[in-house]
Design a protein around this ligand. Sequence first.
Ligand SMILES: *[C@@H]1O[C@H](CO)[C@@H](O)[C@H](O)[C@H]1NC(C)=O
Ligand SMILES: *[C@@H]1O[C@H](CO)[C@@H](O)[C@H](O)[C@H]1NC(C)=O
Ligand SMILES: *[C@@H]1O[C@H](CO)[C@@H](O)[C@H](O)[C@H]1NC(C)=O
Ligand SMILES: *[C@@H]1O[C@H](CO)[C@@H](O)[C@H](O)[C@H]1NC(C)=O
Ligand SMILES: *[C@@H]1O[C@H](CO)[C@@H](O)[C@H](O)[C@H]1NC(C)=O
Ligand SMILES: *[C@@H]1O[C@H](CO)[C@@H](O)[C@H](O)[C@H]1NC(C)=O
Ligand SMILES: *[C@@H]1O[C@H](CO)[C@@H](O)[C@H](O)[C@H]1NC(C)=O
Ligand SMILES: *[C@@H]1O[C@H](CO)[C@@H](O)[C@H](O)[C@H]1NC(C)=O
Length: 378
Amino acid sequence: MEKKNKIVVAAITAVKYYIDVVTNILCDDEEETNIPVRIENYVDKIIPNFTNEQFRQHFRMNRSTFEQLLPLISLSISTTHIGRPSIAIEKQLLSVLWILATPDSYRSVGERFNLSKSSLSENFVRIINALNKIAKTVICWPREEEMETTINAFRNIAGMDNVVGAIDGTFIPIKAPHNDPEVYKTRKLIYAITLQAVCNASLKFTDCFVGYPGSVSDTRIFRNSGLYKEILLNERKYFPDCRMYIIGDKAYPLLGWCIPPYIDRGNLTANQLNFNRTLSRTRQVIERAFALLFGRFRRLKFLDMNKTELIPATVMACCVLHNICLDNEINLQEFMAEGNVNVDGNDSVEGQHYGNLDEQTRNGNIKRNELCRSFTRQ
Ligand SMILES: *[C@@H]1O[C@H](CO)[C@@H](O)[C@H](O)[C@H]1NC(C)=O
Ligand SMILES: *[C@@H]1O[C@H](CO)[C@@H](O)[C@H](O)[C@H]1NC(C)=O
Ligand SMILES: *[C@@H]1O[C@H](CO)[C@@H](O)[C@H](O)[C@H]1NC(C)=O
Ligand SMILES: *[C@@H]1O[C@H](CO)[C@@H](O)[C@H](O)[C@H]1NC(C)=O
Ligand SMILES: *[C@@H]1O[C@H](CO)[C@@H](O)[C@H](O)[C@H]1NC(C)=O
Ligand SMILES: *[C@@H]1O[C@H](CO)[C@@H](O)[C@H](O)[C@H]1NC(C)=O
Ligand SMILES: *[C@@H]1O[C@H](CO)[C@@H](O)[C@H](O)[C@H]1NC(C)=O
Ligand SMILES: *[C@@H]1O[C@H](CO)[C@@H](O)[C@H](O)[C@H]1NC(C)=O
């Protein structure tokens, strides 16, 4: 009971994206032996001379993407902040992208961009906040008129019909938080917060839910997510046709609109095994999306921030950037190899209960069996 309350408190703190602390959010760096030389006019003189390829390697996005992003951020900031920030927004954005793109110490990023620690912290909060403000317009569920494209793209992977998204959870390792560190501990005994995401076949996130502490199972996060609650209220808004559904791994419940694989206890038929394989191939897009996210924004491999309450917004900001970057990209493999993803690999199956079927589960059961049979006919 005690632990449960702590989880609830942590989660409430975490989903509160609004940022009111503007300084001292980044960690103090450890003693550094190699203090980089203060770089003369990095933003004005050196970055403009980068080739497009150099720019992309450093900032993890196409220069053309950056040029599209800049006005979006400026607009978002100008409606948030009273008074003009004294540091050019271009420089702010570049320094924050550098923080997200690399595991470099905050001090070295400050040196590079000629920014004091407090300016860098303020920039960071401002940019993260600006990105969160546009999250709803950048991460959105396919509209009704986009459903056909979405479904076709999923069908092209392995023949699975009427899929509108693939869902999974991952975790972002963090420093041990001051409050209730134990609820952040994953089964692998590292501290982390969780990200649940749904993506489409082009690896774009269509829903992100971030902030539950690492000890909470994917199943529970799912049942507490805004997505789940909203679908229960208005299923047809998310699935305009009752044949549509999302797919997940075995941690996700079997529902009329959510299809996990059959649980293999050695008793599956050849068709059911075949169905599992097809589902698993189709589901890989979400694993690839996470790999790309972590490979592009390498800071997510260990998000060493002091203020735990700002971590969810930071992760959400990376998801926003992920979607924006994909608009301008052809080579999706490029950063993926660097993104060793943290998946649990030992998901419980509490989501799929076989006794006492409620109506949702019964619908899911019928739908999964139909899908399974439809593969056999092909
Ligand atoms: C961040 O946390 C570390 C301890 O982990 C502490 O030494 C440091 O002073 C903190 N930094 C700030 C700016 O609060
Ligand atoms: C660094 O910033 C300070 C103001 O914060 C400015 O006076 C100085 O000229 C800058 N140095 C470089 C190399 O741009
Ligand atoms: C940038 O490139 C231009 C043309 O290639 C060159 O003249 C200039 O010296 C370069 N500037 C720096 C700072 O390297
Ligand atoms: C993925 O989503 C984006 C934005 O919603 C959309 O433009 C794109 O066409 C979708 N891709 C597929 C393959 O469904
Ligand atoms: C589904 O079947 C495959 C074999 O095709 C098996 O490897 C996998 O473990 C099964 N899924 C679950 C959740 O048991
Ligand atoms: C496999 O056996 C379990 C009980 O051990 C049962 O609950 C489950 O429904 C069976 N699966 C299938 C696909 O028949
Ligand atoms: C960068 O964006 C341009 C379009 O603006 C595109 O043609 C190019 O392929 C992109 N580069 C990469 C590496 O994706
Ligand atoms: C999975 O978790 C259970 C307990 O939650 C544990 O007993 C089991 O050893 C774990 N399996 C693996 C492969 O980590």
